[in-house]
Design a protein around this ligand. Structure first.
Ligand SMILES: [Cu+2]
Length: 66
């Protein structure tokens, strides 16, 4: 994704999830998203942004901004 792009997470599951930045301090944190709730974040700097679900820490992902 290019710098300045917006990513939107949508919870299509029937249990809550989060998209929580692994970095300290956090680059973003959705908080708990219930079913069909959305969270958006604009990435304003290049980098690799790791994230996980605070409810289910084994759920992880990565946003790559170039
Ligand atoms: Cu989860």
């Amino acid at each position: 994704m290019p710098v300045g792009a917006e990513v939107t997470w949508v919870n299509h599951d029937d249990v809550p999830h989060t998209a929580t930045s692994t970095a300290k301090p956090k680059a973003f944190d959705s908080g708990a998203l219930d079913t069909d709730q959305k969270y958006s974040h604009v990435f304003t700097a290049a980098g690799q942004y790791e994230y996980f679900c605070a409810v289910h820490p084994k759920m992880t992902g990565r946003v790559i901004v170039k």
